[in-house]
Write a protein that binds this ligand. Sequence first.
Ligand SMILES: [Zn+2]
Length: 421
Amino acid sequence: MDGLDLLVRNTSEVLTVEGTHRERAEDALTPKPGAVVGVRGGRIAYVGPEAGLPAGAVGPDTEVVDALGGFVGPGFVDPHTHLVFAGERSTEFDLRNQGATYLELAKAGGGIAGTVRATRAASEDELVRLALPRAKRLLEQGVTTAEVKSGYGLNLETELKMLRAVRRLGTRTPLELVPTLLCAHAVPEEYRGNREAYVRLCIEEILPAVAKEDLARFCDVFVEDSAFTVDEARRILSAAKSLGMTPRLHADQLTACGASELAAELDAATADHLEQVTDAGLKALADANVTAVLVPTSTLFLRMRPYAPGRRIRDAGLNIALGTNVNPGSAMSENTALALGLACLENGLTAAEAYWGATRGAAVSLGMQRHGRLSEGDPADLVVFGCASYRHLPYHLGVAHARVVVKAGRIVVRQPMDGCV
Ligand SMILES: [Zn+2]
């Protein structure tokens, strides 16, 4: 064997996450107690007992990382973010917590309209510059791949600018980005009296322009009677599909409006949120093998009840993905550890199910068959944690335990290795 580029040793266990969502999550995580991980050429070259390393595996150029008894797992995959935007809404947050109504907030210039104004006014350079520290905070949590949505442009020019910013951001951060067009995030103010004209703008101009530049892999619609109706979403997402973009839907967040059924009908990759999903909606999603994306941080942030019924979703046989939904309005948090904690405390998942959702479950939802997993030949995206078990992550609420983060074989985050809890 040629020398490894990197060897991680002295682990409590390595979670290779090679199972499927159809088995018990504890088994699907496929723990390998005491294993070492070898990396070469940006890929996983070896996972197994140290004694099983072939002769010559550790050479003079091999960087050896001592995990000090911590566990190792795949880099987290965040399946739902709004990482690119301008402006911030801390005043709105404060007002809302003091009981201000949506209308009062809108009058104060808040709501999504405020972010749209700031994002339209920002240059592409500025959007990249503003998003870089957010990407860094995700990396520090151990996230190595993230989906990123547009949706604060709501016109042709700014939706394109946002997606170009996502593309450029991807060349400036080790975080691997997967772009989603979300021009149907809200009906922009200038189309309030004529929503049909905006739906047609999406279908006839924005979608084709995005497809022409190959700027998005997915297309998302916020399906809600207050945003886009099921019929409008069907038209937009069918057009997106014909242009090669796979649907993801903001579904059943505020009301059960048939969005899950639509996701199933359209063979969508995901239905996200699902706070209000019905049993019929769940059955449709399960039959169509749509991934349920849970984003409990936004349920907390909006002080909504109920949380998405994660237990019922999981028991219905769905693949679950777990994301931060980081965005300026309803979840200003890049904290994957907090999302893991809330998934257990409020969505009713076990620690193993939540961990699955943040790794392999999320990768599957993005169609990334070799991400969120540590099989030989997979991209070497991995995290060395400062704790012995994945169970510690949701339990130690909201605290990041990533100590060394590796993206494509390269160490991109290195925190002090101060022992293992
Ligand atoms: Zn969202």
